[in-house]
Design a protein around this ligand. Structure first.
Ligand SMILES: O=C(O)c1ccccc1NCC(=O)[C@H](O)[C@H](O)COP(=O)(O)O
Length: 220
């Protein structure tokens, strides 16, 4: 939890179309996730991710999402999107996450008994822990988890994920005070098909949450 976060960053994940990438940027996304996990209904190839990522303006980060990928698959993704931040969303051990030598997000599928402090200790170089619900198929399930499972004192930035939408994200930001939020299903009209209006509403809701946090901090 980061009470001093000046602005909650926003990642929108699972984009597959040019118009959706453009709309997500317009809405205010700080990061755009491309799912390079073939079993996902939002999967894109490395080449497709490269085409889509080239539409991103400065200061909007492409994220390549893997689930138990091979080193060659990760290398292909980085060849297509050299500036990508990596996200490991499977069962990858620390050495697999650090092997590419690139900044990465470590996803944690939150269920009772998950030890985030231990996970953070085993991933000291992770840029953040992305906290997602524990769903079948590893992710993108549109399911929230019990935010009270997040212990105080996680020693790295936290990305709150899992079932967020324009109606729930304010509570998520106010309760967890994450560095960032991540959304996929909650801004879609169908899997892999993003809704521009929902993305706009989601980003506006995050801004509203930040304003409320600032007011609470100022005692106003
Ligand atoms: O998005 C997917 O289809 C997906 C498939 C397999 C592993 C991870 C996947 N997505 C990872 C993400 O970062 C999603 O944004 C995250 O799971 C939240 O999804 P949602 O609950 O739908 O907002």
């Amino acid at each position: 939890m980061n009470p001093l976060t000046p602005r909650t960053r926003i990642k929108i994940c699972g984009l597959t179309r040019e118009a959706d990438v453009d709309a997500a940027v317009t809405a205010g996304a700080d990061a755009i996730g491309f799912v390079l996990y073939p079993k996902s209904p939002r999967a894109v190839t490395a080449a497709r991710a490269g085409d889509l990522a080239r539409r991103l303006p400065p200061f909007v980060t492409p994220v390549l999402l893997f689930v138990n990928a091979t080193a060659d698959e990760i290398a292909a993704g980085l060849a297509a999107v050299p500036q990508a931040l990596l996200q490991f969303h499977g069962d990858e051990p620390p050495e697999a996450c650090t092997a590419p030598g690139r900044p990465y997000l470590r996803a944690a599928r939150m269920a009772p008994g998950v030890d985030l402090l231990d996970l953070a200790a085993r991933h000291p170089s992770a840029q953040a822990l992305l906290l997602d619900a524990h769903v079948e198929g590893y992710g993108g399930g549109g399911k929230a988890f019990d935010w009270s499972l997040i212990p105080p004192g996680v020693p790295c930035p936290v990305v709150l994920s899992g079932g967020l939408n324009p109606a729930s994200v304010i509570d998520g930001v106010m309760h967890v005070r994450p560095w960032a939020v991540d959304v996929s299903s909650g801004v879609e009209s169908a899997k892999g098909i993003k809704d521009a209006a929902l993305m706009h509403c989601f980003c506006q809701a995050v801004r509203e949450a930040d304003a409320r946090v600032a007011q609470a901090s100022a005692g106003t």
